[in-house]
Design a protein around this ligand. Structure first.
Ligand SMILES: [Zn+2]
Length: 439
């Protein structure tokens, strides 16, 4: 996507102090470049705008401090939800807008009083973004089999966990579109409705008028649903209601805030779920992270044999059932050569940022080393043996350990397989995977 023209316009509107134009151009650039957040921030001697693209902040432009106050006040006034004269307290606003490229977006904005002035952060929800097909997200091998199996379940709960910005709702949308057919009544309770999908009954909750995820779930059963999606489970009542719906022959999708699929069990217990309820309703728990895809043009190999992260990676295969591992490699199409390159030679892909032919800055990734994204997935399949361990009051730690010794693919394993395939790098994976404690 070429946004050079809008960048030039942004530059111009800053020179002319045309605040309306600044916002128009800024939003367009951000959406076209796939940014998730815009940071408009004052520093001691100047102000700057940064965009978060694929989880990493990048500077878009700097502008004079003298312009900063007008930029922030203009936004506060336009939002209609912030008080322009209040500069000492953080404020929130939600705004809908349309870019110059005709894309509908929602913004969730927040101001923060800093020592230099107020900073404004806007989260972007691009409502025109098409939902990718489930099979393009990177759910492969055993993970793929598990999700395909559970999408056919008549009842139970499928949860997705992951930090904000990991696109977990994209996975849920993609999963729902797989089962979106004439025979199923699918109801969703969302905040916000990110994508409008044909055939779904999507409802925007409004907690300001008492329409919450919980009250939505309570009334769902009177809408004769087969499948219910509730955006987020945050409290005991919502979890209970979701479990009740799952026990009365509905398939329930939701997200929950935890660090991993395994830890979700602990979170459910903290929300007062009982083991028999978990065993009776949990079908599948997904965890996901967003990684950047290594640039295909300038990737090259390096040897990481002494890198502690590489040594950490090798450890994970020690507790992996040999037979299950063999099957996993087969399912993922990892060749004997790819396996031995990694395990025996310690060779992985790294980017150079330089065009291999000319030696100049790589034209594909602009020298950043990455292009596009790939997701790393962890799927905890609540199979009968897992349910039995839950009923035996085993801890999440013990259950996780058991699953990993059998067939489970956690974030680290999925990431390592993708590193073997030269899709991403050790740097990307170990931004979010913790190294094991060495004795
Ligand atoms: Zn490149």
């Amino acid at each position: 996507m070429d946004t050079a023209e809008y960048r030039a316009q942004l530059q111009q509107s800053i020179l002319r102090s045309d605040i309306v134009k600044i916002f128009d151009n800024l939003l367009t650039i951000a959406v076209e470049e796939g940014a998730s957040d815009i940071h408009i921030e004052p520093l001691e001697n100047y102000s700057r705008i940064r965009l978060r693209i694929d989880w990493v902040l990048q500077e878009l432009i700097q502008y004079p401090r003298s312009l900063h106050e007008s930029v922030i006040s203009k936004f506060k006034i336009e939002s209609g939800q912030m008080r322009p004269d209040e500069k000492r307290l953080p404020q929130d606003a939600r705004v809908s807008s349309v870019t110059q490229t005709n894309k509908e977006i929602d913004l969730r904005a927040n101001t923060l009083p800093t020592v230099w002035w107020e900073k404004l952060v806007m989260r972007i929800v691009d409502k025109s973004k098409p939902i990718p097909a489930l099979n393009t997200l990177g759910i492969v091998g055993t993970n793929k089999d598990s999700i395909e199996k559970h999408l056919q379940d008549p009842n139970g709960i499928i949860l997705n966990t992951g930090p904000t910005g990991s696109w977990k709702t994209t996975t849920l949308y993609a999963a729902l579109s797989e089962i979106n057919d004439i025979e199923r009544n699918i109801i969703t309770y969302e905040d916000p409705v990110e994508n409008k999908m044909e055939g779904l009954n999507q409802s925007q909750v409004r907690s300001d008028i008492g329409y919450t995820f919980l009250s939505g779930l309570r009334s769902a059963l009177r809408q004769d649903p087969d499948v219910i999606m509730v955006w987020e489970i945050r409290d005991q009542e919502t979890l209970e209601m979701a479990m009740e719906s799952a026990m009365t022959w509905h398939l329930v999708f939701s997200t929950i805030h935890t660090n991993s699929a395994i830890e979700t069990l602990t979170r459910a217990y903290n929300l007062w779920a009982k083991p028999f309820m978990v065993a009776g309703t949990f079908n599948l728990v997904i965890a996901q992270r967003l990684c950047r895809w290594i640039c295909p043009n300038c990737k090259w190999k390096i040897n990481v044999k002494t890198d502690p992260r590489y040594l950490n990676a090798l450890e994970t295969f020690k507790e992996f059932d040999r037979e299950a591992l063999k099957i996993e490699l087969q399912k993922r199409g990892i060749t004997g050569e790819e396996w031995s390159n990694f395990v025996k030679e310690g060779v992985v892909a790294m980017w150079t940022g330089k065009d291999p032919k000319t030696g100049n800055v790589c034209p594909v990734c602009m020298g950043s080393g990455y292009k596009w994204r790939v997701w790393i997935y962890e799927l905890m399949d609540y199979t009968d043996d897992i349910k039995n361990l839950v009923l035996d009051n085993k801890s999440a730690f013990e259950i996780g350990h058991y699953a990993l010794s059998k067939w489970m693919i956690d974030l680290e394993r999925d990431g390592i397989f993708k590193i073997m395939k030269w899709m991403t790098t050790i740097d990307e994976l170990y931004r979010f995977v913790r190294l094991r404690n060495k004795k």
